[in-house]
Design a protein around this ligand. Structure first.
Ligand code: KDG
Ligand code: MG
Length: 409
């Protein structure tokens, strides 16, 4: 069954998503997600201009072979742009194969290892009171795993308030980051943030009780020393994990954190290849691997990392933010169902304009995600609706420290 067309559709139902469509000679169609927040056009050009002409005519069922061709032929392998383009094509091929055999993708991956998938959600509050109130509301809804974030105010310069990245709902009004905001970015102070985090975490643990799972994402903002100190001080509050304490390019910073503290550590949303994950996994520096199916070569790429992690007792908590589409969220679920070393799934629920473009078989109830009857990924794409929401240029944020130097956000 030969591929006759690979095309892309860039749409903005609330925020930008890049959809990949693969069509075969039998008229079957598969869809994948190739969204790379802030760099959508680069991935689109790579798929349209380089991959589509080359892969047209290939056998659609040879998923691993196509993965190897795209990964290795480039010679300049890896990197977020290439691994996102590959992910979009890979997901579309799995979707297609599921439709061909009229079965969900998780069946093709070996079948279910579990009946439902435990999820966690983002909860954001400006300060302690608002955050606690929102956490209680979420927990009352049945979700007992919460990733909390808050705003950090500089006590010496009251005007500088920094909102940590968060996404309560998919397609909720995104933070508009314009070229102008990039020229006048908010200020950041890791010391103030660390003090706020310790105070707020103590409040949440005391008020929510021992059984709510708490997760905090430090978003790569800390130095190794700061992170090690913070992880140690967070121990009494028993987090499910502290996410991305340091930036991933400083691979062995994780060793210092691990040797200083027993707080579980999660990393991975900025990794693009199995090789990127190797040191963290084989040195037992992390407890949870959080790679992103859309930036890691798709389902095929994530399955390779999952097997590696399984051998070292590391569990998966796949990245599931609002800047990847319901196609990628569905791909996460198919993987979560089928791997033995599943940990927890980050989730955001589709709302608003997004529901006009994507109809997903994924459902959420009382803290758990599940998939209804479906073939392939189980996501219908309304291309006409997608075309009615044209691309809107947007940037990722930038922050600077109190002296005005660039800081990780
Ligand atoms: O585009 C950046 C987001 O994907 C990221 O900020 C979300 O860190 C994130 C998370 O854990 O969901
Ligand atoms: Mg994160």
């Amino acid at each position: 069954m030969k591929i006759v067309e690979i095309s892309t559709l860039l749409t903005c139902p609330g925020r930008n998503y890049l959809i990949v469509k693969v069509r075969t000679e039998d008229g079957l169609v598969g869809y994948g997600d190739a969204t790379l927040n802030g760099r959508e056009l680069a991935v689109q050009a790579l798929i349209d201009r380089h991959l589509a002409p080359w892969l047209t005519g290939c056998e659609a069922e040879r998923i691993e072979d196509i993965w190897q061709m795209v990964f290795r032929q480039t010679y300049w392998r890896g990197g977020p742009v290439q691994m996102t383009a590959l992910a979009g094509v890979d997901m579309a091929l799995w979707d297609l194969k599921g439709k061909l055999y009229r079965t969900p993708v998780f069946q093709l991956l070996g079948g279910k290892c579990r009946d439902r998938v435990r999820a966690y959600f983002h909860v954001h509050g400006r300060g302690d009171d608002e955050l606690l109130e929102r956490c209680r509301a979420k927990s009352d809804e049945g979700c007992h795993a919460l990733r909390y974030s808050f705003e950090t105010a500089d006590p010496f310069e009251r005007a500088t308030v920094y909102r940590q990245p968060h996404q309560d709902r998919i397609s909720e009004k995104r933070i508009e980051v314009t070229a102008e905001t990039l020229r006048n970015p908010p200020r950041w102070d890791s010391r103030i943030y660390s003090e706020d985090l310790l105070r707020i975490t103590a409040v949440l643990r005391r008020e929510l009780g021992a059984h709510v799972e708490l997760i905090h994402d430090a978003h790569e903002r800390l130095s190794a020393g700061q992170a090690a100190d913070l992880a140690r001080k967070l121990e009494p509050f028993n987090l499910l994990f502290l996410e991305d304490p340091v930036e991933p390019l400083h691979k062995d910073s994780l060793a210092l954190i691990r040797s200083s503290s027993t707080t579980p550590i999660a990393m991975g949303e900025l990794y693009n290849t199995v090789q990127d994950c190797l040191p963290a996994i084989q040195n037992h520096w992390i407890d949870f691997l959080r790679v992103d199916v859309s930036h890691f070569g798709g389902i095929t790429g994530v399955r390779k990392a999952a097997s590696l992690a399984e051998a070292f007792g590391v569990r998966l908590a796949l990245h599931g933010p609002s800047d990847i589409s319901p196609l990628a969220h569905a791909a996460n679920l198919h993987i979560d169902y089928s791997i033995p070393n599943f940990g927890i799934q980050e989730a955001v629920l589709p709302v608003g304009e997004l529901l006009q473009v994507f109809q997903t078989a994924a459902a959420y109830r009382g803290g758990f995600l599940s998939l209804g009857e479906c073939e392939g990924l189980g996501v219908e794409v309304d291309e006409r609706a997608a075309r009615s929401f044209p691309y809107r240029p947007a940037y990722l944020p930038l922050i600077r420290d109190n002296e005005g130097a660039v800081h990780d956000w």
